[in-house]
Write a protein that binds this ligand. Sequence first.
Ligand code: SF4
Length: 423
Amino acid sequence: MVTSIPLESDAAASPSCKLHPQSMCPAFGSLRILMRMEGSHPVMATDTGCLYGLTFISHFYGSRKSILAPQLGTAELLDGKVVEGTRAAIEQAAREPGCRLIPVISLCVAETAGLPEELLPQRVGDADVVLVRVPAFAIHSHAEAKDVAMEALLRRMGDRQAPREDRTVVIMGEIFPADQIAIDALVRQMGGDGTIALPGRSVDDLRRAGRAAAFAPLHPFYKGTIRLYREWNVPVAGGAPVGVSGSYAWIRALGALLGLDAERVARVAEQERERAQAVVAAQPLAGARILVTGYEGTELAYARMLVEAGAEVPYVSTSIGTDPLVLPDELWLRARGTREVVYRKALEEDVAALDRYPPDFVLGTTPFAAVAKDRGIPAMYFTNQVASRPFFLSGGLEAILGFIGGALRRGDTYRAMHAFFSE
Ligand code: SF4
């Protein structure tokens, strides 16, 4: 979905086709976080076609476990064997050593055929059985599928009986380990008791997350989980500790939500702002034009960081849908010169933007970065090279600006290679 059109009327007419898939199956997002939990043995209720496509996650991420699934071909689906087959797979999963959690991921086919929750067990042996409904065709992005999984797990596993941990906050997102350490240390410096980072590896963290005093989704697509915390009357911190102004505002907001000493929080926020300003001063991106495109759902936040460092970012695109959660970042960017923010983007839209705004550097999806490199433009893959680095607070700012500054300085090499191979 495009929420904005380019200011130039001819640019608005650029062709865009959304009839073919623009990313991998969105269920990848749910499956990935459910696979990596210790003691979790996912069962996938789906037909055999999806199973083959999605098992790559267990191999690629080295999770040292396989996905269990009933053998559901057309004949079994027509015979109504979805429930029977899924129950058998759950029994098998419960026999895995150390099994504590069996997420039953119900994908497009099972969702269409119907998988009534009341016909599944709630618990088998030592394991909780949690139905996670992932009609991937209706979720659209793997980022949003992570939210679907987290909401389902927390609804069932979040411990709401024990007393609230008054100064603990749940931080949610794909959080690099160094980021988690930095945010946790900062919260303690503010006077809090620390953080619970989700999605993570620990089933116990899921239970504790129900007792936390505040919820801080660090990425703007955890809307189902936000809805759940609001139902629980747990305050939600908006924004994220990204860049100079974003980090400052987040620290102040979180301190207020946790009821921490205002002076102490202000001091921590100010120190962090000074550190971030020093990073920007040491590694400015002034004069660089950068396009940011990805399917992680964090693209607007990255763009914001780059603009704060002095870069021009005329175009940002993402696979997630538009939502009030991303609106503050979009408005912030537009007020600072970003011309287009595209949601549910297509590769063709990104390529057309490359013509409209010839950049010095591209942060892009794999196919888009390849197009940019073909033209001799320095480009990095968003997922593999940027989203897998520290990002939050001044430490993340330093890591990202250093990385992008280095790539910009290699621009001549890209152009020389392009000229050499074009001859
Ligand atoms: S049918 Fe649905 S779950 Fe299966 S691969 Fe396609 S989008 Fe993914």
